[in-house]
Design a protein around this ligand. Structure first.
Ligand SMILES: Cc1ncc(C[n+]2csc(CCOP(=O)(O)OP(=O)(O)O)c2C)c(N)n1
Length: 349
């Protein structure tokens, strides 16, 4: 498994040995330290245009330990199916997966980590100077995207990017970050720096409801490490009652709920295609702090951006199960869009 410590080591050794930048598949941003000059980005849903432009300038894709699924491949555009614009080498253990959707120049049905070990014994060809310029420019794009300038708090809540600036500064290097699905995750994936030890756990399928149970399980499996779950109010309403399981078994996750009183992702799509016609996306939530307290959690409610850092600091020191409820702006629906702007674009998006 590429996600194992040995897999991550082999990948980094390979990248450094051959001076090859690494863009990770969705939810695998922790394969390589995100501060590393060879980190070329995280291929997520709605990849920012600047990053898409940077990575598609490649002339060779070594797809190692990824199925090149719909999200990672940006709806089968990078690498394109059925014919990639780049030379394509695909290494994955299952022969029915390599070359399933695309013509592959070299298809290898083999263990990705063993393949990396083999490649790491090969001679290193000379690296053209232009590649170094490209590597610098791709990495620079990832750094620039992370650089979020905190915004004033809004009448409808906090812009979630403000929270992520603080979380990135405060989370320890050995934190395990469990991610549910939803637009709040756009900020998590863009602004948090992951690494082989600051792990990201989340389903590549983007399924909601995964965050809280996975945080409970990670906390039980790794009790000495801080485990932090980011989840929307919609996702929390699916499986949030697993807090009771955490209490039963003594797990101590920190659950951060982005509460915008909405299935925000779906509302965004509704406003994009049918402005001013939201349908069945507003949520009438329970009082999450009270609900969590009833399950035995220590709770915090964040109405203003500056209340978050003290809450997370206390939670990290408490070694107890904690729930931080962030009243998140619905209007600031993603790092790139507001509901108001989508409505004004009149369904043109
Ligand atoms: C199990 C499951 N059901 C439905 C979806 C489709 N879906 C993706 S995001 C989303 C809404 C998420 O809402 P919330 O958790 O409040 O996060 P937000 O988008 O508001 O940040 C839905 C319904 C999904 N990904 N998984």
């Amino acid at each position: 498994m590429l996600k194992s410590a040995a897999g991550k080591q082999a990948l980094l050794a390979f990248a450094e040995r051959f001076s090859i930048p690494v863009a990770t598949s969705v939810r695998h941003a922790d394969l390589i330290p995100n501060d590393h000059p060879l980190f070329a980005g995280h291929l997520v849903y709605g990849l920012p245009a600047a990053l898409k432009e940077s990575v598609t300038r490649s002339d060779l894709i070594l797809a190692i330990g990824t199925r090149l699924g719909d999200v990672t491949s940006q709806s089968f555009h990078f690498p394109a199916a059925p014919q990639a614009a780049q030379t394509l080498v695909h290494i994955w253990p299952d022969s029915t997966v390599v070359s399933r959707y695309r013509q592959t120049d070299i298809a290898v049905a083999a263990d990705p980590v063993a393949s990396l070990h083999t490649l790491n014994n090969a001679n290193v060809p000379a690296v053209p100077a232009a590649r170094h310029d490209w590597i610098r420019s791709v990495h620079h794009t990832t750094v620039a995207l992370r650089d979020w300038k905190p915004m004033p708090d809004q009448a409808d809540g906090v812009v979630f990017g403000n929270i992520m600036v603080q979380a990135d500064a405060l989370l320890p290097e050995d934190a395990i970050i469990c991610l549910d699905a939803g637009n709040f995750g756009g900020w998590v994936q863009r602004q948090l720096r992951f690494s082989p030890t600051r792990q990201l756990i989340g389903p590549s399928s983007g399924a909601m409801g995964y965050g809280v149970p996975s945080a409970v399980a990670c906390s039980l499996a790794e009790p000495s490490r801080p485990v932090v779950c980011f989840v929307g109010d919609g996702g929390f309403m699916m499986t949030g009652t697993e807090l009771a399981t955490a209490a039963q078994y003594g797990a101590t996750p920190i659950v951060i709920i982005s509460d915008n009183a909405c299935f925000g992702t779906i509302r965004m799509h509704q406003e994009k295609h049918f402005p001013h016609r939201p349908s069945a996306t507003a949520l009438h939530n329970p009082d999450f702090a009270q609900l969590a307290a009833a399950c035995g959690a220590q709770t915090f409610t964040v109405q203003h951006s500056d209340e978050f850092a003290p809450a997370l600091t206390t939670a990290l020191h408490s070694k107890k199960m904690c729930v931080i409820v962030v009243r998140t702006s619905l209007n600031y629906i993603s790092p790139n869009a507001t509901i108001a702007a989508l409505q004004q674009s009149g369904g043109a998006a």
